[in-house]
Each structure stands twice: as structure tokens, then as C-alpha cells.
Design a protein around this ligand. Structure first.
Ligand code: ZN
Ligand code: ZN
Length: 415
């Protein structure tokens, strides 16, 4: 623990408690799997302690290390890259079948995988995706509680605050993260309840409308219409797992989101923030869609990386998530590029290329992959969020009868 972590010790403990109690909402007798970078061992141990304090039957620590994973991606033989050992797969699937909850701790060097062949990473991910089918299906359908959180790390802090002295940068990043997750000196659990109510109100409003399409416009060149699947559901904030347990899949979270029809998208979308993808930055880019598919794209920087995303598979050229975040949201107001999707996507209206969330459609979690695809639910193995929300973004909802309702004006909720 460094000096700054000691200063913040009480708040960091409260953060760990919040992750366990509100994030995955550990139940007595439940198994808890914690994926944690080895360098975040202090926070990992706090989570472990809090999970047992909440009554966990067993806490399974999965310590990971990006520099070692990088060596694997660089040097592993092709057959090792594309074959996942049974025990690795089972270490996820087994606990998922038993109804364990999953905490994933992020926050690493944004450039950890810089220079690694994206093709090799994609092939590994495809193999993992296949091997971890049981786990992924239960997680994507929110059958089991899971949460993704982040803690600061040196290279990350240095990237966010270039030129700043290392300890100061770490301290700043801790301050921002704790603020973003509402560990702010007050009652964090209560703050989350209030925030959750706000998000749920917005979801209710949009679900009552049942829009067919959304139209986006702003001054940086976005003029874009996206279709929503029939019976889509706007979701945001807490979710209910198969067991009835309420959990928060992302901490922080400022978005409400739903399922686009991956066959219906027309026009041009311009990025509002750079996209940091596996250590590579994609800046000032635009995507032009026709019949749901990206037919043209350009980027001032990182076009090669953008291409690798779009060419990963058929669904990677289509959308799988539409998310609304007001420009006035707390993370947006920090006016900081975090180089980390968990934070950057919560600072701005965004879309994701790739896989949809089955729960964002009525009965979607009961449909097979083929059935979902047939109604417009993207089945890509990827899910890459990119930000489009600006201070002057206007979003209009279009009802099935053609009536238009202004939803966002000047980047914020209009109603
Ligand atoms: Zn999102
Ligand atoms: Zn997303």
C-alpha cells in the first residue's frame, strides 16, 4: 500500500464493501470468484475479506497478470493459442453452474498489449468464448450476479495524467474513481439507491414509448438513424439475477441501454472521444452505415486497429448496444479521458459494435443465438463500445407511427 492508499484507506475499504454488497450482492453460502490483477493484491484481499464477511462459502481468487498474458500472446504456439485446456474452461463453467457470483477487477496499463498481433488475440478470444460458453451465456443473460470494477494502476495513472508526478497521479485517479462510484464521504449504499431510481425512471419512460428508431445529430458530423428491435427493453443500473438477487454489473454506471436491430442503421456516426482498444488509440473516427452494416470508415489515428475490430467477424461491423448517457453526468464532468471503457463509456452516449445483451429484449434470454439473430440481435464474439455523445448532441425518438419525440437536447435529457 502506498502513501496515498493509506490516506484513503477507509474509503478504499468502503469501496470494497460496496462492490461485495451492492456490486454482486454476495449471499450467505454462495461461492464468489474474484478475477484480480496480481498487482492489485491489496484491493483483492479487501474484496476477499468482505466477501467472507458477507457469508461467502468460498472465495476463489483468480490472480492474473497482464505482462505474463502478453508473453503468452506473443510466443504461445498456435495450438496452445486456440485450444483452451478443459480445466481452464471448467474453472469458469463449474462455478457458473453452481450459481457463484463474479467480481472482475480492472484497471491496468492501457498499453499492456501494445504491439501484440490483434489476430492472435482474436483467435485466443474466439477459443475462450467457445470453451467458456456456459459461463458466458449465464453472465450475458444476467443469470448469475457479476460486476466489473476498477482500481488505479501506475501506468494507467501516468497515461491519464501525463507529466504528473507518479504518486500524485495515482492519488488523483483514486479520487476520481471513488467519486465516480459514489464513495464520497456520505452513505454510498444510499447514493447508489437514489442513482438507481433515476436510471430506472428513464428506462420506464423509454419503455413506455416503445420507439422504432432513434435519430442522432450533432455539429461534428453525426447524422445517424438506428433501428431498435421489436420488444426491446431499456435497462440501466441494477439487474435481477436468476436467483432474484439484485446486483450492479458495472461500477460506475451512468448509462441506460437497449438492443439495436443489427440490420437497421443508416448514416454517419462520428466519435466524440478517442477509443482505447487493447493499448491502441483510435482517434477522430467515423463510421458510415448502410442496412445495418459499416460500409465506410476512417480514423485520423489508429485506422489499422479500427479495421481489426470491424473485420473480426460478421457481427463486428454491426451494432449490438445503444446507450444513453447525459453530457452532464458526473464522469463526463470530470473532463478526463480515462483510456478505460468502464469510465469512458459512462461519460458519453455510446454504441457498441458486436454482441447484444439478450436481456435487453423481452424474453431475449430464452432465445437461442440463431433465434436472436433472426430478430436482429447481434451475435458477434466481440463487444466494443465507442463514444458519440457531445455537448450539442440531439436525439429524437421515432415511434412506429412516425411521430417524433425529442429525447436529448444539447447533450442532456430533454424530458
Ligand atoms: Zn454501455
Ligand atoms: Zn457495452
Amino acid at each position: 500500500m502506498n502513501v496515498l492508499e493509506r490516506v484513503n484507506e477507509k474509503r478504499i475499504e468502503e469501496y470494497a464493501r460496496l462492490v461485495v454488497r451492492v456490486g454482486v450482492n454476495v449471499q450467505p453460502g454462495q461461492e464468489v470468484v474474484i478475477r484480480c490483477p496480481a498487482e492489485h493484491y491489496v484491493f483483492g484481499r479487501l474484496l476477499c475479506r468482505e466477501a467472507y464477511a458477507a457469508g461467502a462459502a468460498e472465495v476463489v481468487m483468480r490472480w492474473e497478470d497482464a505482462p505474463c498474458s502478453r508473453e503468452f500472446y506473443l510466443h504461445a504456439a498456435e495450438e496452445n493459442l486456440t485450444q483452451v485446456p478443459d480445466w481452464t474452461a471448467e474453472s469458469y463453467n463449474y462455478y457458473a453452474r453452481r450459481g457463484a457470483c463474479y467480481i472482475s477487477v480492472g484497471g491496468g496499463d492501457p498499453e499492456a498489449y501494445k504491439g501484440v498481433d490483434p489476430g492472435r488475440m482474436h483467435r485466443r478470444e474466439a477459443a475462450m468464448d467457445q470453451a467458456l460458453k456456459t459461463f458466458n451465456a449465464k453472465m450475458m443473460a444476467s443469470e448469475i450476479p457479476w460486476t466489473v470494477v476498477a482500481v488505479p494502476q501506475r501506468q494507467w495513472a501516468a497515461k491519464v495524467f501525463p507529466g504528473m508526478e507518479a504518486d500524485e497521479a495515482m492519488g488523483r485517479l483514486w479520487e476520481m474513481i471513488l467519486k465516480a462510484v459514489r464513495v464520497d464521504g456520505g452513505d454510498a449504499v444510499k447514493a447508489w439507491e437514489e442513482h438507481d431510481r433515476f436510471l430506472k425512471d428513464k428506462c420506464r419512460m423509454l419503455n413506455d414509448y416503445g420507439f422504432e428508431k432513434l435519430h442522432y445529430q450533432n455539429s461534428i458530423g453525426t447524422d445517424f438513424t438506428v433501428g431498435l428491435v421489436k420488444n426491446h427493453i431499456w435497462e440501466g443500473g441494477s439487474e435481477v439475477a436468476g436467483t432474484g438477487v439484485v446486483f450492479e454489473a458495472n461500477m460506475p454506471t451512468e448509462e441506460i441501454f437497449t438492443m439495436p436491430d443489427c440490420r437497421v442503421a443508416e448514416g454517419r456516426l462520428c466519435s466524440a472521444l478517442p477509443l482505447s482498444y487493447r493499448g491502441n488509440l483510435i482517434q477522430d473516427f467515423s463510421l458510415t452505415f448502410h442496412e445495418g452494416q459499416v460500409v465506410e470508415y476512417q480514423a485520423k489515428e489508429g485506422e489499422e486497429t479500427l479495421r481489426s475490430i470491424l473485420e473480426a467477424d460478421e457481427g463486428s461491423r454491426r451494432l449490438g448496444e445503444v446507450a444513453l448517457v447525459p453530457y452532464g453526468s458526473p464522469i463526463s464532468q470530470m473532463k478526463t479521458l480515462f483510456y478505460n471503457t468502464l469510465f469512458d463509456e459512462n461519460a458519453s452516449c455510446h454504441f457498441a459494435l458486436g454482441r447484444c445483451y439478450p436481456t435487453t429484449m423481452k424474453g431475449g434470454e430464452k432465445l437461442s443465438a440463431e433465434e436472436l439473430l433472426a430478430v436482429g440481435g447481434n451475435q458477434s464474439m466481440n463487444h466494443v463500445d465507442f463514444m458519440v455523445g457531445t455537448a450539442d448532441l440531439m436525439i429524437t425518438g421515432i415511434l412506429p407511427g412516425g411521430e417524433e419525440i425529442v429525447l436529448f437536447e444539447n447533450g442532456n435529457w430533454a424530458r
